[in-house]
Design a protein around this ligand. Structure first.
Ligand code: C2E
Ligand code: MG
Ligand code: MG
Ligand code: MG
Length: 291
């Protein structure tokens, strides 16, 4: 044990452990209270057709409006929510709210206005025995057609085991689509495409960063372009949709469109925003379509 390795080590080790366990217990309590108090809300980031610059979908991203700390980023609380298990009720809220909002947009603007809405799903949720029933209930209660819902999973989430595989098959059988998020950063992206009923891959931002620089370009730029091209070709060959994430300027958008990406996401195309702002965008689009 750490204790046998010497007093100094033990003190440091135990100290760090206790603090993190204590901190998790505390943050778990905080998250529970916040969930009950309605402090979590969703913002929506546009998924944009790169050629026509139309809104074709949204990704739902959770925010914590903390009474003292202000807006807390998911990077700060999702890991703790996963460790403490609070991600299960939090994820259920995100799923239900995304379905409710997407169904409302669908009812207001019609079937052509917004193709899909996607929440992120953590691996911990996939291990929850109620997950499939939760998805079914969220669809049923909102009236959202299953094929409008896209669940974003990271590769690490998908990797683990038979249970997850069965859950994903069941969700797929309902008509819900699955997206592999941050594609290309995991260890076995390619084998996952074969093993799971994936409908869409999201090219990770790290392959988009700097993709516009230099022609012929530096070695790093060329490598990014090669990955981006390979991913879209693979997806096309397998009949999967693609989204390029983290597009921050016009040149990146153009470059990705030339490489074969039809849909993109990023600050240049639209920041994560309140539902009401998405409603405004959809209303504008409807007016343009009608004109
Ligand atoms: P993600 O699913 O890959 O989401 C994309 C993240 O990149 C979002 O950060 C978004 O705001 C950010 N982003 C989008 N476009 C750009 C860009 O052009 N430049 C830069 N620098 N960033 C961009 P956010 O909202 O802070 O979320 C971070 C991560 O937290 C998400 O990564 C996702 O993994 C996780 N997350 C967010 N909401 C949820 C949720 O409801 N449930 C779970 N399980 N995870 C969530
Ligand atoms: Mg995502
Ligand atoms: Mg992503
Ligand atoms: Mg990401």
């Amino acid at each position: 044990t750490a204790k046998q390795r010497g007093k100094g080590n033990w003190v440091r080790y135990a100290d760090g452990m206790e603090r993190s366990v204590f901190a998790d217990a505390q943050v778990g309590g905080d998250l529970r209270r916040a969930l009950d108090a309605g402090e979590f809300r969703l913002v929506y980031q546009p998924l944009v057709d790169l050629a026509e610059r139309r809104l074709v979908g949204v990704e739902a991203l959770v925010r914590w409006q903390h009474p003292e700390r202000g807006l807390v980023s998911p990077a700060e609380f999702i890991p703790a929510a996963e460790r403490t298990g609070l991600i299960v009720p939090l994820g259920r809220f995100v799923l239900r709210e995304t379905c409710r909002q997407a169904a409302a947009w669908l009812a207001e603007f019609g079937p052509d206005a917004l193709g899909k809405a996607g929440p992120n799903v953590s691996v911990r949720q996939l291990h929850d025995p109620d997950f499939v029933a939760d998805v079914r209930a969220a669809l049923h209660d909102s009236g959202l057609p299953a094929d409008r819902l896209v669940l974003e999973l990271t590769e690490s989430a998908v990797l683990r085991g038979k249970q997850v595989s069965r859950v994903l098959q069941e969700v797929h059988a309902m008509g819900v689509r699955l997206a592999l998020d941050d594609f290309g950063t995991g260890e076995s992206s390619l084998s996952l495409l074969r093993a799971f009923p994936v409908a869409l891959v999201k090219l990770d931002k790290s392959f988009v960063d700097g993709i516009e620089l230099g022609e012929p370009g530096t070695a790093a730029t060329t490598a990014r372009q090669a990955v981006a091209r390979a991913v879209v070709q693979l997806a096309d060959a397998l009949g999967l949709d693609t989204i390029a994430e983290g597009i921050e300027n016009e040149e990146q958008a153009r470059r990705l469109l030339r490489l074969g990406y039809t849909v993109g996401q990023g600050y240049h195309l639209g920041r994560p925003m309140e539902a009401a702002q998405i409603t405004t965008l959809l209303a504008q689009q409807c007016r343009i379509a009608a004109a």
